[in-house]
Design a protein around this ligand. Structure first.
Ligand SMILES: NC(=O)c1ccc[n+]([C@@H]2O[C@H](COP(=O)([O-])OP(=O)(O)OC[C@H]3O[C@@H](n4cnc5c(N)ncnc54)[C@H](O)[C@@H]3O)[C@@H](O)[C@H]2O)c1
Length: 443
């Protein structure tokens, strides 16, 4: 099939590339000329494992092209995917300006029937409203389908190629068939293709992200409680996870969720509920718990320094909102850096991929270290914020030598508290009994 993908970010670039890899002719469109020029020159603007190789191969074979010109990009396409950002607006709801702008431009340039597929995460009713707005501009027939994306950054290629399910919302059987044909190569191992109304498809994405965010806030709240009562959340996890109604997945305590999806999608769901007068008590709490959890490492670290933090140095390992990405949108590490700097603490940071993005925000206010051990030199404590694999089994002897004080605040519970005590570290995890006693949280 001939396909255009508008918006060449984390979702658009992965979608376009994977669709090209399955034999389609794809043109990716983005309004940012610098991004398109990079891609045309074979450079990948984001870090996503496995993506560069696929982009290069499909571009070389002529199945994947890049342009800033939407009219040109969509001219031959049967399907036009919209994958532009839908960031949080001032009122907490999703800002749909990008969707409306792209819809207008598509309508103005429509010369023959096409299916417009909304892949961006959009509030319920966006599909119908986009169709209404486009129909005011053009007489040419078109369909608008909704096809929310469930990929995870860091595993995006795998998720796109082997989706747990594909959800498509459309009003006509022909459109459902068209998208079913497109996705067939990705559904070979009996993955379900779920056709529904556009409204249900739009809602499905929010419900999925709200559920996942709820699990995280739930386990974080329970972890904080564990700390007070000297229970270990890791043991508790095992205790609950074998109950099949509960399970083990997505119940790891940490420093709160970040990224470009959960925070804004929870708030957009709250906004959707409020705007029709439906209570959103649970989602309000999920958001509030998460905001408080993002402070947890700063509270522990500043508590440890007992009002004497000024002039101390803290090393941070992990800045991206999760491992295997360079994405720092709403990353908990940024909250920690802000709070440490405000307390007069010097900050030395390391991340395998996100240093350049963090530098754009903090300039010379923090020290950037290419190697994890470099960040530890003369530091009074280490804070671990993102669980990159390379932090799981470090050389503790080297760490002891480099750190001025052997204190670790582990926001991801990577190490065993007993072993750390044996090694000579003061070790503080999340919801765990540290050998140095429970760290009292002041909420
Ligand atoms: N990032 C994820 O993990 C993820 C997962 C599932 C769904 N989503 C959803 O997918 C959508 C895109 O997310 P993302 O993370 O890829 O965003 P992104 O910010 O990485 O990329 C969006 C791209 O759209 C481009 N763009 C914006 N307006 C445009 C216009 N008028 N014409 C052409 N290009 C335009 C931007 O320049 C940018 O390159 C959002 O709705 C998001 O909620 C994201």
């Amino acid at each position: 099939m001939k396909i255009a993908v508008v918006g060449t970010g984390y979702v658009g670039l992965v979608t376009g590339t994977c669709l090209a890899e399955s034999g389609n002719d794809v043109i990716c469109v983005d309004k940012l000329a610098a991004k398109v020029e990079m891609l045309q020159a074979g450079k990948i603007p984001i870090y996503e494992p496995g993506l560069a190789e696929l982009v290069h191969r499909n571009a070389r074979d002529g199945r994947l092209k890049f342009t800033t010109n939407l009219a040109e990009g969509m001219a031959e396409a049967e399907l036009v995917f919209i994958a532009v950002g839908t960031p949080q607006g001032d009122d907490g709801g999703a800002n749909l300006n990008g969707i409306w702008a792209v819809g207008r431009e598509i309508a103005e340039n429509l010369t023959g029937p096409k299916t417009i597929v909304i892949k961006s995460t959009v509030p319920v009713g966006t599909n119908a409203e986009l169709a209404r707005r486009m129909a005011e501009i053009t007489q040419v027939p078109f369909d608008v389908a909704s096809n929310p994306e469930f990929l995870k950054e860091g595993a995006a290629i795998d998720d796109f190629n082997k989706p747990d399910r594909v959800v498509v919302g459309a009003r006509r059987e022909e459109v459902i068939e068209q998208l079913h044909d497109l996705y067939k190569p990705f559904l070979r191992t009996e993955r379900p293709f779920l056709a529904m109304t556009p409204e249900s498809a739009e809602m499905t994405k929010y419900v999925a992200n709200c559920m996942l965010a709820t699990k995280i806030s739930f386990i974080n709240e329970m972890a904080n409680l564990c700390e007070y009562y000297q229970a270990d959340i890791n043991e508790v996890r095992r205790g609950i996870g074998h109950d099949q109604r509960i399970g083990f997945s997505f119940l790891f305590p940490g420093v709160g969720y970040g990224g470009s999806c959960f925070p804004k999608d929870v708030r957009a769901a709250i906004h959707m509920a409020r705007s029709v007068g439906v209570p959103s008590l649970l989602m309000d709490a999920v958001d509030e718990v998460n905001n408080a959890q993002k402070d947890i490492l700063a509270r522990k670290i500043l508590g440890h320094f007992n009002g004497q933090a000024e002039g101390k140095t803290v090393a941070i390992w992990g800045l991206a909102f999760k491992p295997r990405t360079d994405d720092i949108r709403e990353a908990p590490a940024l909250v920690l850096i802000d709070q440490l700097l405000a307390a007069g603490v010097a900050v030395r940071v390391h991340d395998p991929e996100a240093l350049a993005n963090v530098k754009e925000i903090y300039g010379d206010r923090v020290i950037y270290c290419d190697r994890p051990y470099g960040a530890l030199e003369q530091a009074d404590a280490l804070a671990i914020v993102t669980e990159w694999n390379e932090f799981r089994n470090p050389d503790f002897e080297v760490m002891l030598r480099l750190l001025r004080h052997p204190v670790i605040f582990d926001g991801r519970n990577l190490y065993d508290p007993a072993q750390m005590a044996e090694q000579g570290f003061a070790y503080h995890g999340i919801g765990r009994v540290s050998a140095t006693g429970p760290h009292q949280l002041k909420m």
